[in-house]
Design a protein around this ligand. Structure first.
Ligand code: ATP
Length: 282
């Protein structure tokens, strides 16, 4: 059983403003665990550090301190290839993440071969067909097309299939539907949820949208200025928020159960409470 443990993660960026150099702490001591069959949502506004955490988990960025440990597959010193066999990403922009020169079949065949999942051409082709079926795309129609010939939703389904191709056990979905048409977002999120259930995936769902976080996640972590300010079971965090920042998010949420509730929040309170220890729902 693979679990991914994010422990005491810190990320500082050096920033230049005119002649002065300074440091921005984008991620401040963040810890959580992803376990099979559960979805954790990381919720926060733009700039709160969500993508930086995703990039560190994907090994696209190194943390300043802290670690990401893949348990059940050889410990912390897992080489990149083995790590990526287990941990895969789905990015926000399905167009940017797919190569315009290659066919959809090529995008899926490559990780299958690279991770030793298939050997012969026939094996690879049937695995490509199976992957496309898993994400509800007609293989005969899309396999030989190029990304620009598909809709945004279809492209994101291909990106999900590609993430599954190595046999991933942990999926990090960074705002996977925010660039898609509103009308097709739910379909893609439902697909992620059913894949998660069927394959017992551990999922990190990164979003600024509290309503979908409540619907699709078991647990929610609320991130404010790089720190986790509140965490717990999804319903509790959203329907009974304690941290002033979570209250602000809940009040602005399109979720009818949370929206419009009068939490009587003073913005200064949000800033002040940002450095307090996180509120943990039990
Ligand atoms: N390479 C970088 N160099 C300097 N600062 C960076 C870098 N990457 C991110 N940051 C800063 O770190 C902070 C967190 O950024 P991050 O992209 O992780 O936030 P986010 O919550 O994912 O936002 P969004 O939802 O807009 O993507 C921001 O203040 C951002 O400007």
């Amino acid at each position: 059983m693979t679990t991914l443990e994010v422990a005491d993660l810190v990320k500082d960026f050096r920033i230049r403003g005119g002649l002065r150099r300074s440091r921005l702490r984008a991620v401040d001591n963040v810890s959580f665990t992803l376990t099979p069959g559960r979805t954790v949502a990381l919720v926060g506004e733009s700039g709160s550090g969500k993508s930086t955490i995703a990039r560190i988990i994907a090994r696209l960025e190194r943390p300043t301190s802290g670690q990401v440990i893949l348990r059940g597959s050889g410990g912390a010193a897992v080489p990149n290839r083995d790590y990526r066999h287990h941990v895969q990403m789905v990015f926000q922009d399905p167009f940017a993440s797919l190569n315009p020169f290659h066919t959809i079949a090529h995008h899926l065949a490559r990780p299958l071969r690279l991770h030793g999942r298939t050997r012969t051409r026939a094996e690879t082709w049937s695995a490509v067909v199976e992957l496309l079926e898993r994400v509800s795309l007609p293989a005969g129609d899309v396999a030989h097309r190029r990304p620009h010939e598909l809709s945004g939703g279809q492209r994101q389904r291909v990106a999900i299939a590609r993430a599954l191709a190595p046999g991933a056990t942990v999926l990090v979905a960074d705002e996977p539907v925010s660039m898609l048409d509103v009308s097709i977002r739910l379909g893609v999120l439902n697909l992620l949820a059913s894949l998660q259930r069927d394959q017992d995936l551990a999922v990190l769902y990164i979003t600024h949208d509290l309503a979908t976080a409540r619907h699709f996640a078991d647990d929610i972590l609320v991130l404010y200025r790089g720190r986790v300010v509140e965490r717990g079971p999804a319903d509790q965090v959203i329907l009974d928020p304690h941290h002033p920042y979570t209250k602000l998010l809940a009040a602005a949420s399109p979720d009818p159960a949370a929206r419009g509730r009068s939490f009587d929040i003073d913005p200064a309170e949000v800033v002040e409470a940002g450095s307090a220890p996180p509120y943990e729902h039990r």
